[in-house]
Write a protein that binds this ligand. Structure first.
Ligand SMILES: Cc1cc2nc3c(=O)[nH]c(=O)nc-3n(C[C@H](O)[C@H](O)[C@H](O)COP(=O)(O)O)c2cc1C
Length: 183
């Protein structure tokens, strides 16, 4: 699949079939994560792949009732939880080197996009889920103190396509030379 086709065609999928994700497809998606760029190639990401329906149901309790992705957490055959090891990305000898502190959100965000685009190119659906009780999720998944849960996505074959939310026009976010200036 052409890259721009994947970038423009990928949609958040919130309804899934129960068909399992083949092992080789899962492996390809982990390759997409693996080859993502990261701060000084620190690769702070870790992925928890959840198949066990009991763990998926427990994890779903960390989402607020109003989260539109709630049912997909138990309907999809797999849930992937993207974690980041703290104090690595954006740091040198244990010290943050920019005012932004830990860059783990940035690196895991890139990794998530690689995963979502690769999944789409292989016919699978994803939806990035960020609105949930992270502390609760970390307890349920027994994530250690030096690691944090960042986001997750159900993974599986789409039962229905996603709507296409409107995007801003390019002219609304591109400036020339200095902030706010139009060319
Ligand atoms: C960081 C992040 C967090 C998100 N959290 C949620 C979420 O908790 N629940 C949900 O249903 N969708 C969530 N989304 C999906 C967005 O709503 C979706 O990407 C956006 O509406 C654009 O739609 P599209 O992905 O189909 O292009 C999240 C997306 C991102 C990037």
């Amino acid at each position: 699949m052409d890259l721009m086709e994947a970038i423009q065609g990928r949609r958040s999928i919130r309804k899934y079939k129960s068909d399992p994700v083949p092992e080789e497809v899962f492996h390809t998606l982990m390759e997409a994560v693996r080859w993502s760029p990261s701060w000084a190639n620190t690769q702070c990401w870790e992925v928890i792949a959840i198949k066990d329906p009991k763990v998926k149901s427990e994890l779903a309790t960390a989402l607020p009732k109003g989260n539109p992705a709630l049912s997909s957490m138990t309907d999809a055959p797999l849930v992937l939880v993207l974690c980041g090891k703290k104090g690595i990305s954006g740091s040198y000898k244990g010290q943050a080197v920019t005012a932004k502190g830990d860059w783990l959100m940035f690196d895991t965000g890139i990794a998530m996009q690689s995963l979502c685009l690769a999944a789409y190119s292989l016919g699978l659906g994803t939806v990035v889920v960020g609105m949930f009780d992270h502390k609760k999720a970390e307890e349920i998944l027994k994530v250690p103190q030096n690691v944090e849960v960042v986001a997750m996505t159900p993974l599986g074959y789409p039962a229905t396509g996603g709507a296409t939310p409107k995007r801003k026009d390019i002219s609304e976010f591109v400036f020339s030379d200095r902030y706010g200036e139009k060319g």
